[in-house]
Design a protein around this ligand. Sequence first.
Ligand code: SF4
Ligand code: SF4
Length: 397
Amino acid sequence: MQGLRDLEKWRKFSYLCAHCRCCSAADYHTLGEYMQICPSGTYFGFESYFSSGKMEVIRGLIEGLISKPSEKLLEIVYVCTLCGACEKNCEEFTLLGEDSGGLTHIFEDARAFLVESGWGPLEKHKEFASSIRVNHNPYLEPHEKRESWTEKSSLRKGSLVYFTGCTSSYRQKEVAKATVKALEAMEEKFVIMGSEEWCCGSPLLRTGQIDQITELAEHNVKALKEIGAKKVITSCAGCYRTLKSEYPKILGAQPDFEVVHSSQFFAGALDKNKLKLTKDVDATVTYHDPCHLGRHMGVYDEPRNLLKKIPDLKLVEMPRSRQNSWCCGAGGGVKSAFPDFATSTAVERLREAEAIGVKKIVSMCPFCKHNLTDAAKLLKNKFEVYDVVELLSKAIG
Ligand code: SF4
Ligand code: SF4
């Protein structure tokens, strides 16, 4: 699927970069001011850490000018969060058209090339890949504890399935609990997969470790088929993108079920009056767009629509939002391999919220919540971090 041959296909594009650095800034026309948008370039401060520098490295790999990557070169390739901000702002890429993939696809192919060549990934990435192989989750947690966040016995067959994801199952259990509370308030019959659910494979795809990915996709799709799934809800933006957009490419066929993010599912439920919000949630919040949900999958409105329907809740936007959103800093294998950089990126996001006078930041991805919460701890808990579904569940009563 990726690797040597596929890196070759980017040869032409690797010569197109004009080093204009439009990819380093959020869209000036919508913001009216210059604001940095590339976390890795902003943090490290050298050309090589922006997408333009990475394209130089990739050209070197394609042309065989780099015979053995140094540790520094591996850092340059792997410190990128794959947030996609650069590809939304690069005019050269726009000229090639959306069908050609995007800058982050090129970066992922470069990582797969490095892995295939025996130079990548980084040690921390190997660690979580090995945990996914053994435990079916990247957190080195026992597989049998996957369902420990709930004491309720779930149906094992049904058409509506909640794909909980590794982060909600092991690290942000309150997101899973709030999702179940909202589903129960709708009086929906739904299935939690429990031990049948394996990691979706997103951390492997993003770090170029693609040898396990077909097995994971085949397992999850087969398990969902046996359950009788017609609609699959995910909490995690990464699971959503992987199940909806990557599995059909990996398996060469469209699975026999629809994949929806929890934001889309609950926004639809409110529109159809299937879910009633009866309690006030007196809070002013700002919404952080998860990169996998927003820029990569185009879901910007549904989380905001949910927030706007919560009684008494006020939503205020940060300057960098929607397509111009500043990444939380966790994605692309960065949280595990470069934890200080990941937290620093999240701290910048909290500071952006603070600058508009808001101390409550809401996202709609447990992995964003995980990293933003680490940043909030570093700032002595001056900030509160939520998932939209948690606030929704407060409004249910
Ligand atoms: S916007 Fe595109 S062409 Fe310009 S520096 Fe960035 S990657 Fe290169
Ligand atoms: S994907 Fe994000 S972090 Fe990576 S180069 Fe592009 S803007 Fe920077």
